[in-house]
Design a protein around this ligand. Structure first.
Ligand code: NAD
Length: 482
């Protein structure tokens, strides 16, 4: 066990996987490297796990299942709290590693780590109140753990997105095999560290690093009873098809192209104060962001001017510098993708209000300037497809009905916001937008409430009691009345 008062020693030249409560040599001989996207320097290596690595982890998770599922929810919740305590002690160090891995500004990675421990504590708090077993007439309805959960993660929020899955899975009584994204595998050491500090029974959390091969082996393993995936819609669709073949339940948090709707009576200062959080956090690399800005047409020019005035002075640069607002994109191929979308916007006739290139003062790092397109029509690719970068499309509308039609003219439905000084009008519009979550005069993910998508944004929900239910299955025990 490691001491909480000294920093965790991170093995950046890793040849091991966290399986059955210990770091064990990987079966696969190949390794992946991680790159700091701000400096383009290699920061470490992790094993590229193969099907045998996945099998060893699944066996460990299966072996741990009976004991773990046999504990009461209250007993399990104590482990969640102990893990949160440890993560809090390591928060600064964990945030720094996440920033080195994916380039989000340090304040953002710190908020992500804080939300990770908040989610652990939230689920621990449900242990006393969630109806794991209730009588309905003469039938007892039980909620039983699904079994071994395979958790597949993206690179944009390695710890917070992991704990959105781990916390409800563990409280439910499931055991887990985690497959992080290749780009952000080093930081999973903080999950193993928290498990050890909490004296979590061996095999309840296992971590296999690797790419698609390892992910696919996890999805198709007969010993895995449920998959929870966050990532692209394309990968989610492929995984969901495999889950369907095996009749395996899945939770899928996929892409988004959400809309912020500024009504004619909106308070522009309220909108602008939240523009980074709601539309550009992590340089746009978050599925929930409102990257389409729908504006009442009589305020279009005013909003465009205000956007330019607000965003132009913001700082793009070193994510460790507290003055920085926008770090680099996490991966070189992600920058390529974003630049392709910027080109497609221009080719399809949209105009740049600002940005569109690489910042000239940053010769190293995968940086893209905050970019705002005007003259956008909703059929254009930059309005329809998830860019996952700091690129906004500003689109005018003529009436509330028109705004709803535009917001709903999307394959996705994950987040969104309505800005207005008339809350009732805003709420009525929110009711009509086809999306899993939406805010009035702002937007944030609330751990107490379900988060997830309509349409191509996913299946199932995380967070809230609904996120716990996603790791449980119902059993009705009927008692015959003599
Ligand atoms: P991806 O969906 O390909 O990868 C996400 C995770 O799934 C990784 O751990 C990966 O190894 C694994 N994976 C991929 N294909 C798999 C398969 N067939 N079976 C099992 N596991 C598989 O994402 P990416 O290629 O890293 O990013 C591409 C795009 O995805 C981005 O440009 C962005 O639009 C989107 N994205 C969305 C989110 C989100 O939070 N919804 C997060 C990251 C990326």
């Amino acid at each position: 066990m490691t001491d909480s008062t000294t920093p965790l020693k991170i093995d950046t030249d890793r040849t091991t996987m966290y399986v059955n409560g210990a770091w064990r040599p990987s079966h696969g001989q190949d390794r992946m490297h991680e790159i700091n996207p701000a400096t383009e320097e290699v920061i470490g290596f992790t094993p590229d796990g193969d099907a045998e690595d996945i099998d060893a982890a699944v066996q460990a998770a299966r072996a741990a299942l009976r004991e773990w599922a046999g504990l009461t929810p209250v007993q399990r919740s104590a482990f969640l709290v102990a893990m949160a305590d440890r993560l809090d002690q390591r928060a600064d160090q964990a945030a720094r590693l996440v920033t080195s891995e994916n380039g989000v500004p340090l304040a953002t990675s710190a908020a992500m780590v804080e939300s990770a421990s908040g989610v652990l504590r939230y689920y621990a708090s449900l242990a006393e109140t969630f109806p794991f077993e209730e009588a309905r007439g003469t039938t007892v309805v039980r909620q039983e753990p699904i079994g071994v959960a395979g958790l597949i993660l993206p690179w944009n929020g390695p710890l917070n997105l992991a704990y959105m899955k781990i916390a409800p899975a563990l409280l439910a009584g499931c055991t887990t095999v985690l497959k992080p994204a290749p780009e952000t595998s080093l930081s999973t050491a903080f999950i193993a560290d928290a498990a050890e500090a909490a004296a979590l029974p061996a095999g309840v959390i296992n971590i296999v690093t690797g790419g698609r091969e390892a992910g696919a082996a996890l999805v198709t393993h007969a010993g895995v009873d449920k998959i929870a995936f966050t990532g692209s819609t394309a990968a989610g669709r492929a995984i969901a098809a495999q889950c369907g073949q095996a009749m395996k339940p899945g939770t899928f948090e996929l892409g988004g192209k959400s809309a912020s709707i500024l009504l004619d009576d909106a308070d522009l200062d309220v909108f602008l104060a939240q523009i980074i959080d709601v539309s550009l956090a992590g340089s746009g690399q978050s599925c929930k962001l409102s990257t389409r800005i729908l504006v009442a047409s009589d305020r279009y020019d005013e909003v465009c001017d205000a956007l330019r005035n607000t965003l132009s002075p913001l700082v793009v640069g070193d994510p460790f510098d507290p003055a920085t607002d926008f770090g680099p994109l996490a991966i070189e191929r992600q920058r390529d993708r974003v630049e392709q979308y910027i080109r497609s916007g221009l080719e399809q006739g949209a105009k740049l209000l600002m940005g569109g290139g690489r910042p000239t003062h940053l010769p190293k790092g995968y940086y893209v300037e905050p970019t705002v397109f005007v003259g956008v029509e909703n059929w254009m690719r930059i309005a329809q497809e998830e860019i996952f970068g700091p690129v906004l499309a500003v689109i005018p509308f003529d009436s509330d009905d028109d705004a709803v039609t535009l917001a709903n003219d999307s394959a996705y439905g994950l987040g969104g916001a309505v800005y207005t000084t008339d809350t009732e009008r805003g709420t009525n519009i929110a009711r009509r937008v086809q999306t899993g979550t939406i805010g009035i005069n702002g937007y944030r993910i609330d751990p107490l409430a379900p988060f997830g998508g309509y349409k191509q944004s996913g299946l199932g929900r995380e967070l809230g009691p609904e996120g716990l239910a996603a790791y449980l299955q119902n059993k009705s025990i009927y008692h015959a009345v003599p």
